[in-house]
Design a protein around this ligand. Sequence first.
Ligand code: C2E
Ligand code: CA
Ligand code: CA
Ligand code: CA
Length: 279
Amino acid sequence: AKQLGIGEVQLFSSSMNIETLKSFQIENDLRNAIENNEFYLEYQPIIDVYTQKAVGAEALIRWKHPVWGKISPGEFIPIAENSPIIQDISEFVIKEVYRQTAEWMKEGVKFNHISFNLSPKNFLKNNLFNIIKTNVEKYNIPQDVMKIEITEGLLLRETNVVRDQIEKLKAIGVNIALDDYGVGYSSINYLKQYPIDTLKIDKSFIRHIEEESVDSVVVQSIIDLAKGLGRKVVAEGVENRVQFDMLKKMRCDFIQGYLFGKPVSENKMKEIFNLEKVH
Ligand code: C2E
Ligand code: CA
Ligand code: CA
Ligand code: CA
């Protein structure tokens, strides 16, 4: 192995320390964030390609840190996932998304689906089903309204606990969407083995769909696969008209992305649901 001089060792370890310190600090602050009401949810509309109306929304967590301001879930969720805190965060998300959905329904807001994200770690704990069932019953949410977004990495490490909970959730009318589809393994076997309702095509395939013929071939084949199997398909990260028109021609059913709306507050989302057309 290469011998390092003293200076190099110090440089290496001090840069390590900054990263470690930062995630240490985030992990530490995450512990108080729930109690201090620093988390809230935003919603991003999911659009029916043919009617161009918002038919659903995805709940996305937000953290307003008292000192640093908004911290992206892309930054703090991976840190939370390495600690038991992810269980508390997901419990917050579940409670809040069910409460909000029930409120919208009571107010007569029109929508078909609300989806929310869970971490694979949540499925490894066998109390997840009970937490969700409690909220389904408390808020009296009809079947097929709520949808959990999971990444297929979860299905890779298939355990009986994971399978059991997915099947029990399906049985009480909670659907499953495979998130970030196309990156990773994307085994067709999962679609056979699990009651998966929806495929969400990862935004990395949409970003260059206009100029990359490989991406458009991949996207078309995911759409055909999903539809052939009677699953729904959502394209993520749609930012412009050209992408939208291509996806429409490819017979994609639903799209999500900045073209139709960024994630917004619950009140804004309520207005969007009640609009005749979003765009
Ligand atoms: P994701 O589940 O793939 O969520 C989609 C992300 O893409 C969101 O970022 C959304 O704001 C962003 N996005 C939507 N439309 C566009 C677009 O047109 N262009 C681009 N460039 N981006 C778009 P966000 O909210 O920062 O979330 C990042 C990730 O953090 C999520 O990726 C998800 O993996 C995780 N996450 C967010 N909320 C939760 C949560 O409540 N629980 C868990 N476990 N993870 C969450
Ligand atoms: Ca998602
Ligand atoms: Ca995604
Ligand atoms: Ca993702």
